[in-house]
Design a protein around this ligand. Sequence first.
Ligand code: GTP
Ligand code: MG
Length: 200
Amino acid sequence: MNISSAEFVISNTDATKCPDSKLPEYAFIGRSNVGKSSLINMLTNRKNLAMTSSKPGKTLLINHFIINKEWHLVDLPGYGFAQAGKANRERLRKMIESYILMREQLTNLFVLIDSRHEAQPIDLEFMSWLGINGIPFSIVFTKADKLSTSSLNEKIAAYKNKLIETWEELPPVFVTSSEKNKGRDEVLNYIADINLQLKS
Ligand code: GTP
Ligand code: MG
């Protein structure tokens, strides 16, 4: 997919105030600092479309972008950010959950996992919650540039083995590096294919 336009639309704390539109929507979620906003910039080829930070807890709103005037891309806050404090964490959790459950346009949720880490309960529990609620998702292993090819492959194989313990079928899996532009075509082609199917 060629990205001919990528524009910011609106930021929200309230899922009911998201754009009133029937365009297919793709959102990015995962732990704070996993690289959601960086991935969005890499995919759209825009340096500062989504705001990034080396400190976790940068994105705190539901941010809509419109791509090629054809589909919405959504940057979400991270989950599980310890320093946010219990009340803030709970508020963010409710906001994210209501967005995911309410948003009928949500076509696919990309769940980002730092490829350096072992499977964490918070991510596995989140994916189980998606499964229970019938939300279609894919997994994106991020920051692939931080590992050698062999340890990257080992980590991903181990993660898939962990998922197979509870899931009958694995979701689509992507491996990306926002530093090295890795995985860009794969993710964008996946979105383009779904958009095409939705049109037919
Ligand atoms: P929150 O909005 O706080 O939830 O974080 P986020 O998931 O949006 O992460 P963000 O994109 O802001 O990136 C967090 C940090 O990771 C930044 O310092 C990025 O430069 C770095 N980072 C993100 N993606 C990559 C990557 O592919 N490779 C490397 N080496 N660093 C990355
Ligand atoms: Mg962010």
